[in-house]
Structure formats: C-alpha cells, structure tokens
Design a protein around this ligand. Structure first.
Ligand SMILES: N[C@@H](CCC[C@H](N)C(=O)O)C(=O)O
Length: 306
C-alpha cells in the first residue's frame, strides 16, 4: 500500500494511475475508523467482502473497522451508503460511518458550510446534517424494539412496555434490552447479581463474542455494556458484530439511550461517553426519532493494491 498527501480528496481520487489500485480516504468518528470509497459511478461496490476484510486488517492491510461505499442514490435519496464490517459481513447501518459519509461527500463535492443529505441505507432513509461547527447531526430515524428474533416497531414514545429480558451468558444472567436502529443491539446495564456495571473492569474480548454469537441472535448482535453516571450522562463500551471491540458505535449509543429511557434510567437527552469520546444523543418525543451529534474527520488519503 502506498500513502500520499494531495491537497483534496477530489484531486486525489481523480488520479487513477493504476487499475489495480483502490483509492480511498481514511476517516474516523471518535476512533471508529473507516476506509471511504468513492463509488458514485456504480451500484456495485468496488471491493468484495473478502477484499474488505483484508483491507481492514491492522497488520496486513490499511487497518479499519469497516469499508464504506458512497453509491448513487435510489428511491429519491441523494446517495446510498453501503458498508462492510472488518470481517466482511454487511450491516444495515453505521452511525459513526454516516457522519464520516457526510463529511466525505462534502469533500468530494467541494461543499462548504452547512449541508444535509438524504442517504439510503439498509436501515431506511438517514439524514445527516453538517453543522457550522463541523460536527454532524444525524436523524437516525425511529428505534425498533426487537425481541431477539422478531423486530417490533415501537408503537409510541409513551410505550412503557417492559423490555428487559434475561440472557444467560457464560453462566451469568445478564439483564438486556434489545433495540434495533436498523441494525441489532443488545444493551445491558448489568447482571442479576451485579446491578451497577463498572464498564472499565469488563474483559470484552472474553464476554463480547459470547453475546455476539448467542443462539438468541440468529443474525448475531452488537452488544453495549453501560454504566449510568447520571440521568443525562451514560458511559458505554461496545462489542460490535463483525468488528469486535471498537472505540465508538453511533447506532449503539442511540440504542443505549433508548434502552435507558425505556428502563427508566435516563432522560431522553444524554451525553454518552465512549472510549473514543462523547456523543450527544436525543430520543425526541414529538417524532419518535433518535438524533445523534458528533465529530467526523479525514485522516489520510491512500491507495491500496487489491
Ligand atoms: N460502528 C457502527 C456500527 C457498524 C455496524 C455494526 N458492526 C453491525 O454489524 O451492525 C456505528 O457507529 O453505528
């Protein structure tokens, strides 16, 4: 892989010097990092899932939590976003990724200032808006309450349904609430014995895979381990489906606030601390949508042989 530093993404991506080189821009949102590929000329991703897994390898490839493709819009959307996880699997959505996506489009299209885009994703229409301060606020749509197998639309924000379930993992009974943000999340604030988690003490590499591959989740799951600091301040670590422990998960932070509200632990507007930094999350009562605000930035331009 060769790395170079031209003046802009557009200038860089126009230099197609080798048909075997994949030109990309590496982005990160709170340390959740992605190889962004300009795929606006085709509805077929420029790399296969197997190639994506190789590119994401931190020793033998570029290194990233996923590969994201900017593709032509469908159904009235401006663009389509597709993503491969670092294991090559394809999730429906990615919260940190969609913030990076918005900033990448602005770079490609040479747009300055505030802009919003309609993005078609596997989780439906997602609307990120680049703000004056450079952060991106994303309308993440409505959460879906999902039993492990059958996702159920939340009937209304007034819903006070008991959503907790017991999940036995490695002999411990974890109390979980499953929320879908288009992709599946299993949120836990503790076990039956250990009500208040200290998330820094958890060995995620041991327990994370056992949630991800639990028989209750036939499509696997992302899992969020949450500590309540106050009713408007939560701290979480995440074990991501198809990527392992990451520094941040945007859809995960949204799912955490929804679960915390449904369990009566937090208000609808929270700061969620992740290992990579904070996200502002609001689950609005008037439209039942979840809004996420956070940073996204370009890290470097590169070409990879594939
Ligand atoms: N890190 C992402 C989520 C990426 C997809 C996830 N691993 C899945 O398989 O659902 C985010 O910021 O939301």
């Amino acid at each position: 892989m060769a790395v170079s530093t031209p003046r802009s993404a557009a200038a860089f991506l126009e230099r197609r010097e080798s048909e075997h080189a994949l030109h990309f821009v590496k982005y990160q949102g709170l340390g959740n990092d992605f190889i962004m590929v300009d795929n606006r000329d085709s509805a077929v991703p420029k790399v296969t899932p197997e190639e994506a897994a190789k590119l994401c390898d931190r020793n033998f490839g570029v290194g990233a939590d996923g590969v994201i493709f900017v593709m032509p819009g469908v159904n009235g959307a401006d663009y389509t976003m597709r993503i491969f996880n670092s294991d090559g699997s394809e999730p429906e959505m990615c919260g940190n990724g969609v913030r990076c996506f918005a900033r990448f489009i602005a770079e490609l299209e040479n747009l300055q200032g505030t802009h919003s885009f309609k993005i078609h994703t596997g989780a439906g229409l997602i609307i990120p808006e680049i703000q004056n301060d450079g952060k991106v606020k994303v309308d993440m749509g409505q959460p879906i309450l999902s039993g492990p197998n059958v996702p159920t639309k939340l009937p209304s924000t007034k819903n006070k349904a008991v959503v907790q379930a017991d999940l036995v993992v490695d002999g411990s009974i974890w109390q979980v609430t499953c929320v879908s943000m288009g992709n599946p999340h299993c949120v836990t604030f503790g076990t039956k014995d250990l009500k208040d988690l200290h998330v820094d003490d958890l060995k995620l590499s041991d327990i994370g895979p056992n949630f991800e591959h639990h028989e209750m989740f036939p499509a696997r799951t992302n899992t969020e381990f949450v500590q309540v600091l106050s009713r408007s301040h939560l701290k979480m670590r995440v074990w991501e489906r198809g990527a392992g422990e990451t520094l941040a998960c945007g859809t995960g932070a949204c799912a955490v606030v929804v679960a915390a509200v449904l369990e009566g632990r937090a208000e609808r507007k929270c700061v969620v601390d992740l290992p990579g930094g904070p996200l502002e999350i609001e689950w609005r009562e008037d439209d039942n949508h979840v809004y996420m605000t956070g940073p996204a930035e370009a890290v470097f331009y590169g070409s990879a042989i594939h």
